[in-house]
Design a protein around this ligand. Structure first.
Ligand code: G4P
Length: 283
């Protein structure tokens, strides 16, 4: 399967990011809890060197809890601050402000030693498209505004959201691109819906997803669709089409429709909490 991304936007996005990174102390990087590494940008470590770093496992509600814990440990071992969140429902949001302070502790200490007191930490949210950046900013800023009673302020042409007296957040997130050249990474990004479905063959995609599910989460498809699970993804897809009455004229199976249904069920968590990649793969 071959993937295309939007290379035109990439250069522009990277330039914007380099400009904005100069203004900040802390990078809050959102990754998708279902694919914490495939949803990372390959250049972020280089772009963000010398900055404090916080990794948020967003959409933690869609991934398996034991793997969320394992991934947090994985990132912490690599020296990042890391926590899981559900930006949509606000889960994990309460403690975020403390986590931000903690992630910047070294920098605050350094400032203090140099006699710089009370300079708020400036942070920026970054991540690949659709990972939940806007949702997260809204959830966090909503809480902060309610808590401190402050309105977003304007500083030197950039919009900063004052979270509290210690932290300011750039209101526009940095958009990064994933490592789309790698086919496994591309496939996982496509499963979660980060690559536009129009440029992909959805039947092939859902057949691949079903193969993964049969292997890693046996019984899930059987229970949800009443099909007999096999190792042939297309066979399973035909099963879904039959059980959900996805039919074309002349009673032929509508595999396209069945694929969309399956992908939609998966992406919205209706197949349960599913993690697509595991830390040991990358040990
Ligand atoms: P972006 O700025 O990084 O591009 O992402 P955005 O916030 O627009 O979020 C993309 C989608 O992910 C949205 O769904 C959003 O609701 C959903 N989302 C964000 N955070 C979470 C989370 O922690 N858990 C879950 N389950 N979903 C999350 P959408 O389909 O575009 O809209 P809608 O379903 O909210 O209407």
């Amino acid at each position: 399967m071959h993937f295309q991304w939007y290379p035109g936007h990439m250069t522009k996005a990277k330039r914007m990011m380099q400009e904005n990174i100069k203004l900040i102390d802390l990078i809050i990087e959102l990754v998708d809890a279902r694919i914490p590494l495939s949803s990372r940008n390959p250049d972020i470590d280089e772009l963000g060197k010398n900055k404090a770093r916080l990794i948020l496992l967003n959409k933690a509600d869609l991934a398996e809890e034991k793997w969320n814990t394992a991934w947090i440990e994985y990132f912490q071992k690599k020296g990042f601050s890391a926590v899981k969140v559900n930006s949509k429902k606000g889960g994990g949001m309460k403690s975020i402000q403390e986590v931000i302070q903690e992630a910047c502790r070294e920098k605050t200490e350094r400032d203090r030693k140099r006699g710089i007191l009370n300079r708020p930490v400036r942070a920026m949210v970054v991540g690949i498209p659709n990972v939940g950046k806007s949702t997260f900013i809204n959830a966090l800023a909503g809480k902060a505004c309610a808590k401190t009673g402050n309105k977003p302020g304007v500083t030197k042409g950039k919009q900063w959201i004052r979270l509290n007296k210690n932290v300011e957040l750039l209101d526009t997130p940095g958009i990064l691109w994933p490592r789309f050249e790698d086919q496994t990474v591309g496939l996982r990004l496509a499963f979660i819906g980060s690559i536009k479905d129009e440029i992909l063959q959805s039947e092939e995609l859902s057949a691949e997803l079903m193969q993964f599910l049969v292997k890693s989460y046996p019984g899930i498809l059987a229970e949800k669709y009443g099909i007999k699970e096999s190792e042939d993804g297309f066979e399973d897809l035909r099963g879904v089409a039959e059980s959900r009455h996805c039919l074309l004229k002349g009673n032929e199976l509508d595999l396209e429709k069945a694929s969309k249904l399956l992908l939609d069920d998966f992406r919205n968590g209706r197949l349960g909490r599913i993690t697509l990649e595991y830390p040991e793969e990358f040990a």
